[in-house]
Structure formats: C-alpha cells, structure tokens
Ligand binder design. Structure first.
Ligand code: NAP
Ligand code: MG
Length: 462
C-alpha cells in the first residue's frame, strides 16, 4: 500500500500540523519503504476535538446500527486480507504465511466478534427497582505497539466502537502503514466522520500528548511495562480510566504425566513464532528433573528446525536488545544449547532461534521480558517447586499447563497467578478475556470482558 502523508481526522486525510516524518523500514533488508507524518500535540488536539464532536451522535446510535458498521468493517478487512498481510510483512518482517493466518486472520475474527456482541450485548438490565444502563465512557485514546500491529488496533477500536465510544489512535512508530490501512477500511465501512481518528507519531511526543489530553476519558495502552507505569500514573492523577496491557514472562509448565514431546514442540513453536515478539509467549519452560535432559534435547531439535524460517525482529534496537539478553544469559551461567548472540545474516535484524538450558529462576533471562526468539528451560523438583517458580516473576499475563489428564492440569492452572492459561495446547479463543495479573496490566481485552472496559454504568431507581 502507498503511505498517506496526512492524518486521518474527522473522516478525511488532513495535512499534519508539523513537517517531521517517520521513516518506515523493512526489517528484512533494512530498506526505507515509506514515510508517514510525525504527529505533534496539535495533531492530537485536532483528533481529540473531532472524536469529542462525534461522540454524542455515535453514543446515541442504536447498538444494532453500530453492529452493522462493525460487520461492514469486518467484511472490508476480509476483502483486503492479502493487502493487510503484505503490509504487515513489509513493516514488521514476519513471514507472509504467518501474516496471512495471524496478523490478518485474528483481527478479522475479533472485528466479527464485536459486530456480534454489539448486536446482542445487554446494554440495559433490571436489578430490583432499578434499571442499570451500560453507557459508553467517551473519547478513547488508544496507544498500540508494533508486535501484532493490526490485532492490537482492532482489539481496542472494535470494542470501543461497539460500546459507543469514539477513538483517537496513536500506533507504534515502526508499523504505521498497517494503521493507515486500517483507517482506510474504517472510512470504507461507512463509520461516521470523527468516530475513529489516526495520529501517527512518536511515543514521547504524540503518544504522551494523547495520554495527557484533558478531553480523553479513557486511555488504553499496550506496550512495555515502563511506559505503562507512566501512563497509569498520568491517568491516575487525572482520575481517568485506564487499561494497560503490558509485558509478560509466562511459564509453560510440563507436569511429569504430560505428553513430553508434544508439550515441548508446541512450547518451542509458541516462543519462536513472530520471532518471539509476543507478550504472552511462554518464554520459560518448566520441566521435572527426571525428564529434563530429554526435554532439552527435544527443544534443541525443534528450535533448530526453525532455523531459516524465522523472520527478523522489528528494528536494530530490538535486535541489539535481544542479543544483549543472550550475552547476559551466557555470563550468568546458563547453558547455550542452540543459537546465540551472533547475527545469523549480514543484512536484516535477524536473531537466531536460541535455547538456554540450566537456567535458574533468579537469572535475568528468567525474570525479564526479552521479546525475541529466546527460550529458557528451567528444572523443577516437585509440583510445589514448579508452582513457586512459575509464579516467581513480577508478571502474570499467560501460561500453559500440560498433564496426562485435564483435571490435573486445571488444578495446577488455578494456582497460577496469571490471566490466561492454555490447557494441554488449548486453542486461541478470540472471545476469551485477555489481560494480566500483577505487573502485566490492568483490565481485559477481547470478548464481552473487553467490551465492558469501554462502558460505565448508570442506575435509575423507580
Ligand atoms: P513501548 O515504547 O512501550 O511502545 C508501545 C507504544 O507506546 C508505542 O506506540 C509507543 O510509541 C508508545 N509510547 C512510547 N513512549 C510513550 C510515552 N512516553 N507516552 C505515550 N506513549 C508512548 O514499547 P516498544 O519501545 O515498542 O518496545 C519496548 C519493549 O516493550 C519490548 O522490548 C517489549 O519488551 C515490550 N513490548 C511489549 C508489548 C506487549 O504486547 N506487551 C508490545 C510491544 C513491546 P513508539 O512506537 O514511538 O515507541
Ligand atoms: Mg518505544
């Protein structure tokens, strides 16, 4: 797709207030593939005004009509699926089949789910002598990262629109073309002017201006815990609603009764897919001491098979960040089994699929989010030990439990301090609430839980 040189505000592409631009780089070959405007506080202000002006009419639009617009949006995403996948591949670097199946496929499912929920959700209920209304919160400031560029946009915009909110989006600087393409689909879907607005730009400039804007009622942020803490503090000071979808260091707990080969194979694929740039990735694999050596061998073989099929990480900064974590793992005494810090290619921001064994729970690579294709395999002695290790980080976003029978796996999963657990390889469900315990965040996305984030309640007594 061709980059727009303006902002999508109040239903049209409008010139940016300033003249600065952001270069979009293809991480596979490091070539500049486009330029978008770097928004300023003035652009954010114009977008927030448009969203505010559009709010009363959109909030008053019957849910069935909002649902019809979301269904139209879903249909346009379907029609432009190939273009979406190609755009994500160009600016994120993910292999095309993955972009088609996941980066384009998941947002289509999520948009469809909110078309359905908008039509069926109980926005009004009777409680004793009261009627309780679920009303839209207002103007939403959405700030999204680059790792699942369209999914993270749709996971905020679709429920916000279903609820009757209006939105200003500040997407990641690394993946603005996908965001511009999304703005085109919103326009095509007949969503009224001002209901959705896009300001491309840098986090500390446009992102911060959006988070601090006094006329934004709710800030929904996905990204690093460091930035999330600042956004939470800013929102708190203004008594503003906030949703934070932050980092993770999730555990893949393989109990002794599990199908070891399957658990390890799926676990390695989970970490390596999207080049390890998944907040909910199971980056710590926990294996009983009796099965440890076999698991390490299986994981090494699985990671090696990834070899050339893995895409790059998003940019040079992430590449050096991931490589310095690998160095740190070696320095702290973990055993490098596959991969390593050297760049596997001369061009592009590639990192080799990397597996560490003999990782102890306190090591940096077992505590901090690396956001690259790096797996740490940790040994446990018994179930209590496994639980202590699994819960022993500041994060609590996701996880997996594998056991011979579901009851055993569920009993363990219920004791994990985490927001989502896949049982014996359970499939992704776009209706299931997604979000973190502890420092992995505040609030939930997806499904009815995700919709309720954008609603506030009013009760009338009779
Ligand atoms: P980030 O800086 O937190 O970026 C997330 C979004 O916030 C981007 O749109 C970013 O803009 C914006 N932003 C940055 N500083 C801001 C500020 N002061 N005020 C308002 N918005 C701001 O994350 P990143 O730099 O892309 O990646 C750094 C690390 O974050 C990764 O290595 C990873 O550990 C973690 N991460 C987690 C997730 C997740 O899904 N949980 C996703 C991405 C990254 P810019 O694009 O201009 O920076
Ligand atoms: Mg950043």
């Amino acid at each position: 797709m061709k980059a727009h040189d303006g902002m999508y505000i109040d239903g049209a592409w409008r010139p940016a207030a300033g003249t600065d631009t952001i270069e979009v780089v293809n991480p596979v070959d490091e070539q500049v593939i486009g330029r978008v405007p770097a928004g300023t506080a003035a652009d954010v202000d114009a977008a927030v005004r448009a969203a505010r002006a559009a709010f009363p009419a959109w909030a008053a639009t019957p849910p069935a009509e909002r649902a019809a617009r979301l269904a139209a949006l879903r249909d346009i995403l379907v029609a432009r699926k190939d273009e979406i996948a190609e755009t994500v591949t160009a600016e994120l670097g993910s292999p095309l089949p993955f972009s088609q199946a996941v980066h384009a496929g998941v947002p289509i499912a999520v948009a469809g789910s909110y078309a359905e929920l908008a039509a069926t959700y109980a926005f009004e209920e009777k409680v004793g002598n009261s009627t309780v209304y679920q009303e839209p919160v207002g103007v939403v400031g959405a700030i999204t990262p680059w790792n699942y560029p369209l999914h993270q946009i749709v996971a905020k915009v679709a429920p916000a629109l279903a609820a009757g909110c209006t939105v200003v989006l500040k997407p990641a600087e690394d993946t603005p073309l996908t965001a511009q393409l999304f703005a085109e689909t919103v326009a095509e879907a007949g969503i009224p002017a001002g209901v959705f607005n896009l300001v491309t730009g840098l986090g500390p400039v446009a992102g911060q201006a959006l988070a601090e804007h006094p006329d934004v009622d709710l800030v929904s942020f996905t990204g690093s815990t460091a930035v999330g803490k600042r956004i939470g503090a800013t929102a708190g000071a203004a008594v503003k609603r906030v949703a934070l979808e932050l980092g993770g260091k999730s555990a893949n707990v393989i109990l002794p009764s599990a199908d070891l080969a399957k658990a390890v194979g799926v676990g390695v694929a989970n970490v390596m897919s999207n080049s390890g740039q998944t907040c909910s990735a199971w980056t710590r694999m926990l294996v009983h001491t009796a099965q440890y050596d076999e698991a390490v061998e299986l994981a090494a073989a699985a990671a090696e098979r990834y070899g050339d099929r893995i895409g790059p990480v998003v940019n040079a900064k992430q590449q050096s960040r991931v490589r310095s974590y690998i160095d740190k793992g070696v320095t702290e005494g973990a055993r490098l089994v596959v991969g390593g810090p050297e760049s596997p290619r001369e061009q592009g921001y590639f990192v080799s699929p990397t597996v560490f064994a003999d990782v102890t729970p306190e090591m940096t690579i077992a505590q901090e989010e690396i956001f690259g294709p790096v797996l740490s395999i940790i040994r446990y002695e018994d179930e209590a030990d496994a639980l202590r290790i699994a819960n022993g980080t500041v994060y609590g976003l996701a996880g997996a439990v594998w056991a011979g029978d579901e009851t055993e796996a569920v009993a363990f999963a219920r004791r994990l301090d985490t927001g989502q657990v896949d049982i014996n390889g359970g499939r992704f469900n776009p209706l299931a609430p997604f979000g973190g315990y502890k420092q992995s965040g505040v609030g939930r996305e997806l499904g009815a839980h995700g919709l309720s984030e954008y609603l506030q309640t009013k009760s009338l007594q009779f």
